[in-house]
Design a protein. Structure first.
Length: 132
């Protein structure tokens, strides 16, 4: 259950509808997901997060599939069910196969385990790993 109501398109202010329209146009879809609908309770926050998403998730040195897979990995690690589902769907739409997904989750699980060990044991960083 959400802690705030979702703002549907029909009830949205013109400012919120403008962001919704950009989202739908950019993503080539005819619907707005619940994340955006809840953020719409604060139109400035909605606009800021949408602009950040557009900028960061745009093609760059990393291709869009890699960015979605990184997002899935971080979301799974942070325990964000919504983002894990959302970005898994995004990664699948960009070509992620079931085999890629299960391998990604294996890497996530391994990284979480070894990170906890390294942090818990306070292992000193090897000088060879440091930038030169």
């Amino acid at each position: 259950m959400a802690l705030m109501k979702a703002i549907e398109y029909a009830q949205a202010t013109p400012e919120v509808r403008a962001v919704y329209d950009e989202i739908m146009r950019t993503r080539n879809t005819d619907w707005i997901n619940n994340f955006w609908k809840v953020l719409a309770n604060d139109p400035a926050l909605l606009r800021r997060i949408w602009e950040n998403v557009r900028q960061v998730m745009a093609p760059g040195a990393l291709d869009p599939l890699v960015k979605e897979m990184v997002y899935v990995a971080v979301s799974a690690t942070n325990g964000c069910e919504y983002c894990t589902f959302s970005h898994t769907a995004g990664a699948r739409s960009k070509g992620m196969s079931d085999a890629m997904f299960t391998e990604l989750m294996a890497v996530v699980g391994l990284a979480n385990e070894t990170n906890r060990l390294a942090n818990g044991l306070r292992i000193e960083v090897d000088p060879q790993f440091l930038p030169r």
